[in-house]
Design a protein around this ligand. Structure first.
Ligand SMILES: NC(=O)C1=CN([C@@H]2O[C@H](COP(=O)(O)OP(=O)(O)OC[C@H]3O[C@@H](n4cnc5c(N)ncnc54)[C@H](O)[C@@H]3O)[C@@H](O)[C@H]2O)C=CC1
Ligand SMILES: O=C(O)C(=O)CO
Length: 391
């Protein structure tokens, strides 16, 4: 028998019971759910990652919808439990949903929401921060300073890499990858090489236009190239940043053999998902190539690092904080809550999950729609959405 977990209840008399497995930033999301007639139960148990058993006990015998987290294992067991409890709406508070078995949700008639767009710039900025920290050895230098080792300026102290005029490689040029590319190109005048299953004409046009602008100012123009293989990016780029989804095609995309193709002094950044890199192979590569540097936001066995990584000065490591800006986290909570509330109310799915702005303006009421449902087609859900109507 699972232990009863602590919950905080909002709008106890609400008609529809919605559970959030974690407290989420801001209060707008709670207001939107209660305005939609939901009783909201927020799990406040002091436990970082809830088990499947914990979540089953939160779902209980009657539950209309759940907002879950990317650390949780949402598979057949939980979706069957939610269906049995009368539920038909789930949303991850994340854009990535590799923790969710979408087919199992569909089999159980449950919609799966995610939170695209609101974290694009925030995540790209952290990838840029990791790139700079690795290129200019910021963390090593900070450690050195705090340890009282600085005795005065010398020409050889913490020499790193200049980004200007170098080539940035992006693997996965979707929303976040393209935003990161633009930051590195505009900020540091880097040339672009990218690899994605799809052509990013918008990104290509953007770089072309920026190159023309630079030319008009008599500056060296930036260039772009779409690679036909990931190997081409790894061989040519001075900085490689990974932004694909995690699925079977990207698991261990960066392995021992592909690391060996990279320049000895290259920088590798990962703010996508840990298993995109074979982390044990990366540890060996970093040991053998001290001038090769990485910036990692995500890890293969999160929250753990592969043995040895913690000792390597050529690795900058942060705990999955790429989406951690106040605006983004509150926006993620809002989108997740609306994915659940609008489904419970029977509203359609928003027609353009790449443009969720209308849901994020705190001063206006959101459209009558679920912002983003990844199995909308499989469930045969209506597409639509009408702005400026009250939920
Ligand atoms: N570290 C963090 O805190 C965060 C991590 N993420 C991760 O970033 C991922 C990307 O997010 P978005 O850019 O919003 O998604 P997106 O769907 O716009 O972009 C993903 C891109 O990956 C490409 N792709 C898929 N398979 C590929 C392959 N085998 N090789 C190369 N490219 C491939 C897709 O075609 C697409 O363009 C999420 O799925 C999530 O896992 C997202 C937000 C925050
Ligand atoms: O949205 C995601 O996929 C995240 O990793 C959140 O940080």
């Amino acid at each position: 028998m699972a232990k009863q977990l602590r919950v905080q209840v909002w709008n106890p008399a609400g008609k529809h019971r919605v559970v959030s497995t974690k407290p989420m930033p801001g209060t707008r999301w709670i207001g939107l759910l209660t305005a939609a007639g939901c009783r909201v139960e927020v799990c406040t148990e002091n436990k970082t990652i809830l088990s499947v058993e914990d979540i089953r006990s939160l779902i209980g015998t009657q539950c209309d919808g759940v907002i879950g987290q990317l650390t949780e294992d949402w598979g057949e067991e939980l979706f069957a439990a939610l269906r049995k409890a009368g539920g038909h709406a789930f949303s991850n508070m994340a854009v990535g949903y590799n923790n969710v078995d979408v087919d199992a949700a569909t089999r159980n008639g449950i919609s799966v929401g995610n939170t695209p767009g609101v974290l694009t710039e925030t995540t790209a900025e952290l990838a840029a921060a990791l790139t700079l920290a690795a290129a200019r050895r910021v963390v090593e230098a900070d450690d050195f300073m705090r340890a009282g080792k600085y005795e005065g300026w010398i020409p050889t102290l913490f020499v790193g890499n200049l980004l200007k005029g170098q080539t940035v490689g992006v693997v996965g040029a979707g929303r976040i990858g393209a935003a990161y590319a633009r930051m590195m190109i505009e900020g540091f005048k880097m040339n672009l090489i990218y690899y994605d299953l799809y052509q990013s004409t918008r990104l290509e046009n953007y770089v072309t236009a920026y190159g023309e602008f630079l030319k008009s100012r008599r500056e060296v123009p930036v260039t772009w190239k779409r690679a036909t293989t990931v190997e081409e990016v790894l061989g040519e780029a001075d900085v490689v940043s990974l932004h694909p989804v995690l699925d079977k095609t990207t698991y261990h995309l960066i392995n021992k053999e592909r690391l060996a193709l990279m320049k000895k002094e290259a920088i590798l950044v990962n703010a996508s998902r840990g298993p995109v890199i074979d982390e044990a192979a990366l540890v060996e590569h970093l040991k053998e190539n001290p001038m090769f540097r990485v910036g990692l936001d995500v890890f293969e066995d999160e929250p753990h690092m592969k043995p040895g990584l913690e000792k390597l000065p050529n690795a900058v490591v942060v705990p999955h904080i790429a989406s951690a800006s106040k605006w983004t986290r509150e926006g993620m909570a809002t989108l997740a809550a609306l994915n659940v509330a609008a489904k419970i109310k029977g509203y359609p799915v928003w027609h353009d999950s790449n443009n969720v702005e209308p849901f994020l303006d705190e001063n206006s009421t959101p459209p009558l729609a679920c912002p983003s449902i990844v199995n909308s087609k499989a469930l045969g859900l209506r597409i639509g959405g009408k702005p400026e109507s009250k939920l």
